[in-house]
Design a protein around this ligand. Sequence first.
Ligand SMILES: Nc1ncnc2c1ncn2[C@@H]1O[C@H](COP(=O)(O)OP(=O)(O)OP(=O)(O)O)[C@@H](O)[C@H]1O
Length: 304
Amino acid sequence: MIEIKDLSIAYGDNIVLDKVSLTANKGEIIGLAAPNGTGKTTLFNVMANYTKPDSGKVKFNGKYTYKTEKDQIKIHEQLATFPNQSDLFEELSGLDHMKLYKNMWRGKKNIQTIVNELNMDHYVRNKVKTYSLGMRQRLCFAMMVAADSPIMLMDEVMNGLDVSNVSLISNKLMEMKREDKLIFIASHLLENLDLYADRVLFLKGGKFIHEHKPNRHEKAYIKINVTEEEYKVIKEKYILGEDHEYISQLLCIPFSHLSFNEQIEMIETLLEYDEELAIGPLGTLEYYEKYFQELNQLKATSRS
Ligand SMILES: Nc1ncnc2c1ncn2[C@@H]1O[C@H](COP(=O)(O)OP(=O)(O)OP(=O)(O)O)[C@@H](O)[C@H]1O
C-alpha cells in the first residue's frame, strides 16, 4: 500500500534520512522509535509531501507518487496526518473539528459514537480554548478517527495523556488495525508500542537499523538486573551464548534452547544476584536502550 524507496534528505551537514526504504501494507501499525531530533517527523513530512526529499520516492497503492497534482489529490484522499495542537481553532468546538475532518476525508464513522468511545461527551461541545492539554490531544486523535482515512500518520499521539487515556487510545488503535487501516506511529512511549505495533522501526543515523516485531513468536530471554562486575563474573562462569544482551545493566540470556534442567539451574544461579527475574522476549524499550544507550551514557556523562 505504501512503498518508500531510497528516501534521502539532509539539512546542510545533518543527514536526517539516508536512503530509507520500507514497504507497508493495510492492517498494519508501524511504530517509529528514536530519540528527539532523529528524523521521525521528517519522514512523516516527506510521506505526506509537506517536505520534498533530496532523492527517493514514496509510492501509494502501487501507482500514485507526488509527481503530478492529480496523483497528489488521490494520495491525500487516502492519507491523514495527526494534527498539531497548535493547528486547533480556539473559537471552534471539538465537535466542529471532528466534523471538519470527517467531511474532508469523507469519513463513514458516526461522530457521536466516536465521542462516546473516547469519553469526550462532557466537553466536546465547548470551545477548544477551554480545553486542557490532554483534552486537546484526545480531540486530535478523535479527528483522525473521524477522518477514517485508510492511511494515518500519527506523530506523538500519546503526548500529555494520562494512563487511562493512553489505554483508551491504545484499544482504539487496535480496533482501527482490525478495520484494515495502515497506521504509522512515532512515539516515545516505548512499552506502549509493544501493545499494538506489528513492527517497530528504530531510526538511527538516517537509517532503519532494526525492525522489532512485538508478539511474533519471539525468542524468550531470562532477564535480570546485574552490575557490570557481576556481569563479568557470570560471563566467565557460564556460557551465555553469543546472542545474549547486556543492556543498561539488564542481562538478557536466550532461554528457549536450554533443556528444562539447564533452565532451572540457570534461574537458581541468577537468583543469587537479584530476587527479581523475568522471562520473556525483548521489548521495544530494551531494544531502544540497546541501540541508543551510548546516547544515554553520553547524556549521563554530560550531566555529571
Ligand atoms: N526545516 C528544517 N531545517 C533544518 N533542519 C531541520 C528542519 N526540519 C528538521 N530539521 C532537523 O532534522 C532533524 C530531525 O528532526 P525531526 O523533527 O524529524 O526529528 P524527530 O525524530 O521527529 O524528533 P522529535 O522526537 O523531537 O519529534 C533535526 O536535527 C532537526 O533539527
